[in-house]
Write a protein that binds this ligand. Structure first.
Ligand code: UD1
Length: 357
């Protein structure tokens, strides 16, 4: 079978590799198109290095404009390639503009769509990601869910059971794969850190990145009792430089600012850190895999399983709450919420059975 993956952003560049490997292992032809949504090296192909993986075959190099223009430009370019390649399936990942652009283009051309990370719901309709999730699920032919909760969300919304599969989270597969390869001592030396003696900080969500929140974040970071490593997304850096808050942050004693880093380094840091302060959906799951608590710089999280077990607790930008939650390590015992680390294999197996091999 010919399978076409469409990716575009940092989390998708991380996820497609393991799915590509699993599909190729059972004999499928896999081609990958990168829309180019994330174009900085640190946001894209840097992550391939941790896996010694080859980059996608095609890069559309479509940069950020307004959401409509970005999504529309992607659809126009994808249509041409879908026509030329004529795949049996289009695989899309997660909840980004690249995901919805590919799914919409495919469905209009009668090409079956497979959604990896289906059924996730945050209930926040003002977020681009939530709209992208709901739209993509509604036009996908196969819905591969990372958790049982995602399965039940889809069932509640009336989806046909025969389309829905619990596979587990491909991010968990990746984590297990990389965990055995990370050189913890190299990471300790390079970042000059001691075990359990630092926090990891990331903040990039469109609805979060504004001057007021950066002020609140500065106040929070100044009150933290541990060294904090801030891996700054280009959007956050751009605004902070414009408002001169970047200079203020550079002078905070316990704060160290970095460009986004590779996947392997980040997983190593997660294994070593005390806790994580983030608004990322991926990082809070990865922190859980590493056995670390996340405090979420949002009022809600779509990973409700993590909030309920107190592994990822939303605190917004409320300093008191953030500080209290970073201290409070009353999480429930870990369970296999995200499957058993064989999601990519399961996906390959199901897709192969669907087509009779
Ligand atoms: C996207 C996803 C989000 C995901 C995130 C992971 C959507 C709607 N959102 O948001 O769900 O969590 O990726 O990182 O698709 N930029 C650069 N260099 C880059 C990439 C982006 O400078 O390599 C700049 C863009 O020019 C733009 C801003 O960052 O100004 C935001 O880029 P955008 O494509 O909207 O993606 P994210 O905010 O990263």
């Amino acid at each position: 079978m010919k399978i076409l993956n469409v990716i575009g952003t940092r989390p998708q560049i991380i996820k497609f590799m393991i799915v590509r490997d699993a599909l190729e292992k059972v004999g499928h032809d896999v081609i990958t198109i990168d829309t180019g949504q994330h174009y900085d090296y640190e946001m894209s192909y840097l992550h391939l290095i941790s896996f010694n993986a080859t980059p996608p075959e095609i890069n559309l190099d479509i940069r950020y404009n307004m959401h409509g223009e970005q999504t529309g430009n992607m659809m126009m370019a994808l249509e041409k390639y879908f026509n030329d390649i004529s795949p049996d399936y289009i695989f899309v990942f997660g909840d980004t503009n690249s995901t919805v652009a590919a799914a919409l283009t495919a469905v209009k051309m009668n090409i079956p769509v497979v959604h990896i990370e289906a059924g996730v719901r945050g209930g926040e309709r003002f977020m681009a990601e939530e709209i992208n999730r709901v739209v993509t699920d509604s036009i996908s032919d196969l819905l591969f869910c990372p958790t049982e909760l995602a399965v039940s969300n889809l069932i509640k919304e009336g989806y046909e059971k025969s389309k829905i599969f619990f596979t587990g989270d491909v991010l968990y597969d990746l984590f297990l794969h990389i965990k055995s390869k990370v050189n913890i001592n190299d990471i300790k030396n390079y970042y000059n850190i001691n075990e359990n003696d630092f926090f990891i900080l990331t903040m990039h969500r469109a609805e979060n990145v504004n001057e007021k929140n950066i002020d609140l974040l500065i106040d929070i970071v100044q009150s933290l009792n541990k060294k904090t490593l801030f891996f700054m997304h280009p959007r956050t850096k751009k605004l902070a430089q414009q408002t001169e808050q970047y200079d203020i942050m550079k002078n905070i004693e316990n704060l160290e600012i970095f460009e986004p880093i590779g996947y392997g380094d980040m997983m190593g840091l997660l294994l070593l850190c005390d806790s994580v302060l983030t608004d990322s959906g991926g990082l809070q799951r990865e922190a859980y895999f590493a056995g670390k608590k996340s405090v979420i710089l949002r009022d809600r999280t779509e990973w409700k399983e993590l909030a309920e077990t107190r592994w990822a607790v939303p605190a917004g930008f409320n300093k008191e709450k953030v500080l209290k939650e970073l201290e409070n390590k009353n999480m429930e015992n870990k369970k296999d919420i995200f499957g058993s680390g064989n999601a990519a294999e399961k996906i390959a197996e199901i897709i192969t059975e669907k087509r009779g091999g």
